[in-house]
Ligand binder design. Sequence first.
Ligand code: ZN
Length: 81
Amino acid sequence: MRILKMRCKFCGYWNRVPVNKVLVEQDSPEPKVKVFIPMYLPLQASKCEKCGEVIAQPKELIKIVKSGFGNSQRDEMLIEF
Ligand SMILES: [Zn+2]
Protein backbone atom coordinates (compact mmCIF):
# COMPACT_ATOMS: atom_id res chain seq x y z
CA MET A 1 0.00 0.00 0.00
CA ARG A 2 1.13 3.51 -0.67
CA ILE A 3 -0.22 6.99 -0.28
CA LEU A 4 -0.88 8.95 -3.40
CA LYS A 5 -1.23 12.68 -3.40
CA MET A 6 -4.22 13.50 -5.51
CA ARG A 7 -5.54 16.86 -6.48
CA CYS A 8 -9.26 17.35 -6.13
CA LYS A 9 -10.68 18.17 -9.54
CA PHE A 10 -13.46 20.19 -7.96
CA CYS A 11 -11.58 22.55 -5.67
CA GLY A 12 -7.89 21.88 -6.28
CA TYR A 13 -7.12 20.69 -2.76
CA TRP A 14 -4.37 18.08 -2.45
CA ASN A 15 -5.59 14.93 -0.68
CA ARG A 16 -3.78 11.80 0.42
CA VAL A 17 -5.36 8.62 -0.89
CA PRO A 18 -4.30 5.07 0.06
CA VAL A 19 -3.75 3.03 -3.10
CA ASN A 20 -2.30 -0.18 -4.48
CA LYS A 21 0.07 0.02 -7.41
CA VAL A 22 -0.91 -2.07 -10.43
CA LEU A 23 0.65 -2.52 -13.85
CA VAL A 24 -1.70 -2.18 -16.80
CA GLU A 25 -0.83 -3.45 -20.25
CA GLN A 26 -1.02 -0.90 -23.02
CA ASP A 27 -1.27 -1.28 -26.77
CA SER A 28 2.17 -1.21 -28.22
CA PRO A 29 3.21 -0.31 -31.77
CA GLU A 30 5.73 -3.15 -31.60
CA PRO A 31 3.97 -6.57 -31.40
CA LYS A 32 6.86 -8.23 -29.57
CA VAL A 33 7.05 -5.53 -26.97
CA LYS A 34 4.68 -5.33 -24.08
CA VAL A 35 4.15 -1.97 -22.57
CA PHE A 36 3.01 -1.65 -19.02
CA ILE A 37 2.24 1.55 -17.28
CA PRO A 38 1.89 1.91 -13.54
CA MET A 39 -1.53 2.88 -12.32
CA TYR A 40 -3.03 3.11 -8.90
CA LEU A 41 -6.14 1.54 -7.48
CA PRO A 42 -7.73 3.26 -4.50
CA LEU A 43 -8.27 0.97 -1.50
CA GLN A 44 -11.41 2.77 -0.50
CA ALA A 45 -13.70 5.51 -1.70
CA SER A 46 -12.12 8.82 -0.82
CA LYS A 47 -13.69 12.20 -0.42
CA CYS A 48 -11.95 15.52 -0.67
CA GLU A 49 -11.12 16.78 2.80
CA LYS A 50 -12.00 20.29 1.81
CA CYS A 51 -15.14 20.17 -0.33
CA GLY A 52 -16.42 16.63 0.35
CA GLU A 53 -16.67 15.57 -3.29
CA VAL A 54 -15.78 11.97 -4.10
CA ILE A 55 -12.36 11.99 -5.73
CA ALA A 56 -11.48 8.29 -5.78
CA GLN A 57 -13.48 5.07 -6.06
CA PRO A 58 -12.12 1.58 -5.44
CA LYS A 59 -12.93 0.44 -8.98
CA GLU A 60 -11.42 3.42 -10.76
CA LEU A 61 -7.80 3.25 -11.72
CA ILE A 62 -5.76 6.37 -11.28
CA LYS A 63 -3.25 7.25 -13.93
CA ILE A 64 -0.53 9.65 -13.01
CA VAL A 65 0.01 12.48 -15.40
CA LYS A 66 3.11 14.47 -14.79
CA SER A 67 3.05 18.03 -15.95
CA GLY A 68 6.80 18.39 -15.70
CA PHE A 69 9.02 20.54 -13.59
CA GLY A 70 10.20 23.98 -14.48
CA ASN A 71 6.85 25.64 -14.69
CA SER A 72 4.52 26.78 -11.98
CA GLN A 73 2.44 23.61 -12.01
CA ARG A 74 3.07 20.72 -9.72
CA ASP A 75 2.82 17.09 -10.65
CA GLU A 76 -0.77 16.41 -11.33
CA MET A 77 -2.66 13.21 -10.88
CA LEU A 78 -5.73 12.69 -12.97
CA ILE A 79 -8.42 10.05 -12.82
CA GLU A 80 -9.16 8.32 -16.09
CA PHE A 81 -12.71 7.01 -16.20
ZN1 ZN B 1 -12.25 19.30 -3.16
